[in-house]
Design a protein around this ligand. Structure first.
Ligand SMILES: [Zn+2]
Length: 240
């Protein structure tokens, strides 16, 4: 069981705030489309975590319901997806689909409720329970607190880290190779990884030698960055 903070659905009484009959209208008018295109379509989408646990429920007709996020939008500023503790990659995908639909004009008042935020000003919030198939993901998302990592969050499986922390990748401008700085939390700390795109071909001649030199140079630089982080964290292998 990957979601440790919630009860089995059968043990949860149906929340009175839950709307078992809730069926959002999917009707989109031309005016809504135009409004969304000018006000919502280009907004950045931030992903945050809050302290509320995922809520699950089952209504009398046997339907499962789940609430794993709220979405706030401040027109002309940003969307903010706020994931609950125990939210899964599927929950995030669903939230992102709802944002994409809002941007395309499906922004109906039955799901997006007006709200004024003290710091950001007037906006809208979407926070209903959603009909759910009762199946939980293997993975749960948690925010990343590892120094150096450019990712905001990672999946965990049964409480164990199930991804890689990443540094800013070096992407060779000529498309010959990429150098990654990755940390798999496997005791080896951060390490540089070289990914050469040979496309079934061989390195040859002066150009091949140049590719090797350039990639070795970038890989060495990346490993220095990795070693600095490893030294600060007291993990990984000591460089020779
Ligand atoms: Zn990370």
């Amino acid at each position: 069981m990957s979601v440790g903070t919630v009860l089995e659905p059968d043990q949860i009484p149906v929340d009175p705030a839950l709307k078992p009959s809730f069926k959002p209208t999917k009707e989109v008018t031309e005016d809504q489309k135009l409004w969304a295109a000018s006000v919502l379509a280009e907004l950045p989408v931030a992903i945050r975590f809050n302290e509320h646990p995922v809520k699950e429920a089952k209504s009398a007709d046997g339907t499962f319901w789940r609430k794993a996020f709220v979405i706030v939008v401040i027109p002309n500023k940003h969307f903010s997806i706020q994931l609950y503790v125990g939210a899964s990659p599927s929950d995030l995908e669903y939230a992102q689909r709802l944002v994409a639909r809002a941007k395309s004009g499906w922004f109906n008042s039955d799901i997006w409720e007006p709200h004024v935020y003290p710091k950001s000003g007037p906006g809208f919030i979407l926070d209903p329970y959603w009909e759910w198939d009762g199946e939980r993901d293997c993975d749960v998302l948690k925010p990343c607190v590892t120094p150096g990592c450019i990712k905001d969050f990672h999946p965990y499986r049964n409480g164990d880290f199930n991804a890689s922390h990443e540094l800013d990748m070096i992407d060779d401008t000529e498309g010959r190779y990429m150098v990654h700085g990755s940390n798999y939390e496997d005791g080896d700390g951060w390490n540089a990884w070289l990914d050469v795109d040979l496309d079934g071909d061989y390195l040859s001649g002066a150009e091949g030698v140049k590719t090797l030199r350039d990639s070795a140079n970038d890989m060495a630089w990346m490993q220095i960055e990795c070693d600095k982080l490893n030294a600060a964290a007291g993990v990984g292998k000591v460089a020779a």
